[in-house]
Design a protein around this ligand. Structure first.
Ligand code: ADP
Ligand code: MG
Length: 390
């Protein structure tokens, strides 16, 4: 993190001719297991990664705030007086404006400021640069005003910004983990009760490898709402409020009801993924407590197969990455992470072999696809912070 902070600080100094006064950082995240379970009121198991959005800021004599993103090489003006409304088109500063507006409505009244934003979370790769931007923004407002917001409320204000200002109907995972992540811990999050449980992931022999396939398939755009609808239909056929509330046994016993419905087989398989994925997510957290890495790995592979065959959200490149990982010495488990149709895989690997594993997977994947993947290793990182004395 030190490098990106120094870089942001010197950028600020050069642009504004003064030292920044406030620093806020918030990490990106990776989901270890529990995919598409959030909107079914189920479980997710993310951890914060050692990639951050950093904001350096100082006071200004204006009414609004002036923010500049190094990643976008662009400035934007942010209203601080509570008069902002969601714009027709979503732009990068919408995430900031939405967060500021929600914070103002919640009682924070920051003075005018100027800020430099810098991130080493890759933008748009499924590692939640958007939540890290929102959470860094609200953390900056805490630094400026000296007021503290309860972490759960903080995460919910950021989620609301993403819903209203970025028009992305996301669950609570990204903002929760970016706000409340703890170094050395993954977070088992019950999306119904919203109660997070921190699970130690601090064995020096184990490290998490994230591999960006650098593929994002543009499909019809209706895949996500389709999956949501299919899950809702399945819950309805089962007579439960959400798929969280059923079991594999009940699902099997209701198969004939599904068979009578148009596309019933698809809904059945979607439900089977959610029900088994919820079970796997809780089981993986249990296994991690026991440091039973073999079981963790097995559950990750099973999760991938379930996403591939039942939920049908993987793609050939991502399947290939998992296949290569599975046949590489030192890989304990691997699966696609994120919404699907490309993006990243997450793997648990033996730390001592991580370098060799990265090399092997990069070589084999690029030979077969002509695409260079991006690989990095990370341990669970700390959530958002105000940095003093930088
Ligand atoms: P992800 O959250 O998986 O990275 P999203 O599509 O949800 O992908 O969010 C990416 C968007 O968030 C970017 O296209 C941009 O609009 C905004 N964003 C995130 N980080 C930054 C940043 N450092 N500077 C400017 N915009 C950012
Ligand atoms: Mg996002």
């Amino acid at each position: 993190m030190k490098n990106i902070i120094a870089e942001t600080k010197s950028f600020f100094l050069k642009k504004y001719g003064m030292e920044p006064v406030w620093f806020a950082v918030a990490p990106g995240r990776v989901n270890l297991i529990g995919e598409h379970t959030d909107y079914n009121d189920g479980f997710v198991f993310p951890m914060a990664i050692e990639r951050y959005t950093v904001i350096a800021a100082g006071p200004d004599n204006a009414v609004d705030a002036d923010v500049y993103s190094i990643n976008k090489n662009e400035s934007a003006t942010i209203k601080l007086d509570g008069s902002a409304t969601p714009s027709q088109t979503v732009v990068w500063s919408s995430y900031i404006q939405g967060t500021v507006q929600n914070a103002v409505e919640a009682g924070l009244h920051p003075q005018s400021f100027r800020a430099i934003i810098n991130s080493n979370v890759p933008l748009g790769s499924g590692l939640s640069s958007s939540a890290s931007l929102e959470v860094a923004t609200i953390t900056l407002l805490e630094a400026i005003t000296g007021q503290k917001i309860d972490p759960v409320q903080k995460a919910l204000l950021c989620q609301k910004a993403e819903h209203l200002y970025a028009r992305m109907p996301c669950g609570i995972m990204d903002q929760f983990i970016s706000t409340m992540g703890c170094e050395g811990y993954a977070m088992l999050l019950d999306c119904r009760s919203r109660v997070p449980k921190m699970i130690p992931l601090n064995d020096p022999d184990i490290i998490v490898l994230i591999i960006n396939s650098n593929v994002k398939h543009q499909l019809t755009g209706s895949e996500y709402p389709d999956r949501r609808r299919q899950c809702e239909k399945a819950a309805q056929l089962l007579g439960v409020p959400k798929l969280r509330d059923t079991t594999l046994q009940q699902l099997k016993e209701t198969q004939s009801v599904f068979d009578k419905e148009p596309n019933g087989n698809i809904c059945f398989r979607r439900a089977r993924h959610i029900v088994t994925e919820n079970g796997r997510t809780v089981a993986m957290a249990d296994a991690m407590v026991r440091k039973d890495w073999k079981t963790c790995g097995k559950l990750m592979y099973e999760s991938h197969v379930s996403m591939r065959d039942d939920f049908e959200i993987t793609c050939t490149e991502i399947d290939l990455l998992v296949e290569i990982a599975q046949s590489t010495d030192g890989v304990i488990g691997s699966r696609m992470t994120g919404g699907g149709f490309g993006g990243c895989t997450v793997s648990l690997v033996e730390s001592s072999k991580a370098g060799k594993i990265s090399k092997t997977i990069t070589e084999q994947y690029s030979t077969k696809t002509n695409i260079e993947p991006v690989v990095f290793a990370t341990c669970p990182a700390q959530g958002a912070m105000i940095l003093e004395n930088e």
